[in-house]
Ligand binder design. Structure first.
Ligand code: BG6
Length: 455
């Protein structure tokens, strides 16, 4: 396992909330040895002592459930230097050391090209790896260009375009449940499934992330990566193995089969909106446009919904609805598979036989199956719901993701061609929205989102 990790953007939100806790979880589970070293680089003019003090406070806050000795070990393994990620000499100094290193770009997508170019002059030891956060590029052209820069830097299998959703246990469970159960695969197609709703509604609002989010918006922040990846797992053909090649080839097939959207489709099948002021969980939430750092001229959406269809034998005729929004009344994070109505019900019954729904809850993690059974009185249909809680994972998503990076297992990272294909799917939406073909609706913070029927 690789023993050196360099984080660019080491004083940012991602490092504080996810990367440091992920490393601590790895240490607690016995995956990080004593020789592990963390090189942090950021824009703050700190020394190592100041960084350690900050990192310790972040771990107290975001990984307080882990033993103090574990948190202290991670802090003590860290070093810090200020670095401009576009300066080759400063970048080289961060990654300098014995043996290969994994360079993690916890940075906004706009600076990826400069950072990758600087790394290519750093004379990295053979076997080194690079990790990039989503969104990978800002559009199709920039993703293609970034892939070209990365191909010059290292082999594809050393490039980790990470998506922490793929490392969530329930997301893994979508695939596991599908492929390890004989009863599901025969009905896993358009003949039996009418719609699949892939939903990530959050009560979380902007939370001080305007610097990144205002340049992205819900479509690029969530749909282009996390939700399309979920679509891939739901809709892919069974792979030969869970190795990186088979898994990523099958995911790519799904993205390639997405029916291209015309402007007319986009008007009817997409929605975008942003939140206005409202009350959420008993507190006042300011309008998105009133948040510090938001440029109203950008007209960034905080809610996006897109309906897609797949042009292939298995799925022609099923609707896949991908939706995500911020500052909504309640968290609803799930993949809901809606089956079609039964073809016939025996005469002489009463009550409604609702179509089956299989739900994979992403947070909290559970699986539920809505069936219809017979209620208290004979011949009366009544809902029957089976629920299974999933055991909490041994590692949080970012722990699993960092373990894969340090172990060199690229199966759950996104291959370059997948990243480009995901942009291809959404490029028509981005341009139609930029031309204002779809209105930017509004919804009060704390509501259920924009009113239906605005399409
Ligand atoms: C991130 C998005 O990738 O995922 C955020 O940038 C979103 O906007 C988050 O809130 C959701 O994932 P998690 O694991 O933080 O709940």
């Amino acid at each position: 396992m690789m023993e050196r990790l360099a984080i660019f953007g080491a004083t940012g939100d991602l490092t504080a909330r996810y990367l440091l806790p992920g490393l601590a979880a790895l240490r607690a589970a016995g995956h990080l040895g004593d020789s592990f070293q963390l090189a942090g680089a950021g824009r703050h003019d700190w020394d190592t002592a100041e960084f350690r003090c900050w990192a310790g406070a972040q771990l107290d806050r975001h990984a307080g459930e882990l033993p103090a000795s574990v948190r202290d070990t991670v802090v003590a393994a860290s070093h810090y230097r200020r670095a401009d990620v576009s300066d080759p000499a400063e970048v080289a100094a961060v990654v300098a050391g014995d043996g290969p290193v994994a360079a993690y770009l916890a940075l906004p997508p706009a600076v990826f090209p400069a950072a990758v170019s600087a790394l290519s002059e750093a004379d990295l030891a053979p076997g080194s790896r690079i990790v990039l956060e989503k969104p990978f590029g800002e559009d199709l052209d920039s993703a293609v260009e970034l892939n070209r820069l990365l191909a010059d830097l290292m082999p594809e299998q050393a490039v980790f375009r990470v998506d922490h959703f793929l490392a969530m246990t329930t997301v893994q469970n979508v695939l596991g449940t599908r492929l390890a159960n004989r009863m599901l695969e025969p009905v896993w197609n358009a003949a039996h499934i009418a719609e699949v709703d892939i939903t990530w509604d959050e009560s979380l609002a902007l939370e001080g992330r305007a610097g990144y989010y205002d340049g992205a918006g819900a479509l690029k922040d969530m749909v282009q990566n996390h939700l399309l990846q979920l679509l891939c797992l739901v809709a892919m053909e069974p792979p030969i193995s869970l190795g990186e090649r088979d898994l990523r080839d099958r995911k790519l097939d799904v993205l390639r089969s997405v029916q291209p959207l015309t402007d007319a489709d986009i008007v009817h099948r997409t929605r975008r909106a942003r939140y206005t002021a409202g009350r959420l969980d008993g507190r006042e939430v300011p309008a998105y446009t009133g948040e510090a750092g938001v440029d109203t001229a950008r007209r960034t959406e905080t809610f996006a919904e897109v309906e897609l269809e797949l042009d292939n034998w298995r799925w022609a005729g099923t609707i896949f609805r991908l939706r995500s929004g911020k500052a909504l009344r309640r968290d609803r994070k799930e993949v809901a598979v809606h089956f079609r109505h039964v073809p016939h019900l025996p005469l002489g019954h009463s009550g409604e036989a609702l179509p089956n729904v299989l739900r994979f809850g992403l947070d909290p993690e559970d699986v539920t199956l809505d069936l219809t059974g017979i209620g208290a009185s004979a011949h009366t249909f009544a809902p029957l719901t089976l629920t299974a809680r999933i055991d909490p994972p041994e590692l949080p998503a970012y722990g699993r993701l960092l373990l894969d990076v340090l172990d060199g297992n690229a199966a759950l990272s996104i291959r370059g061609d997948e990243a480009e294909e995901a942009w291809r799917v959404l490029t028509p939406v981005l341009s139609a929205w930029a031309k204002d073909l779809v209105p930017l609706d509004e919804y009060p913070a704390g509501s259920d989102g924009p009113a239906e029927g605005t399409r």
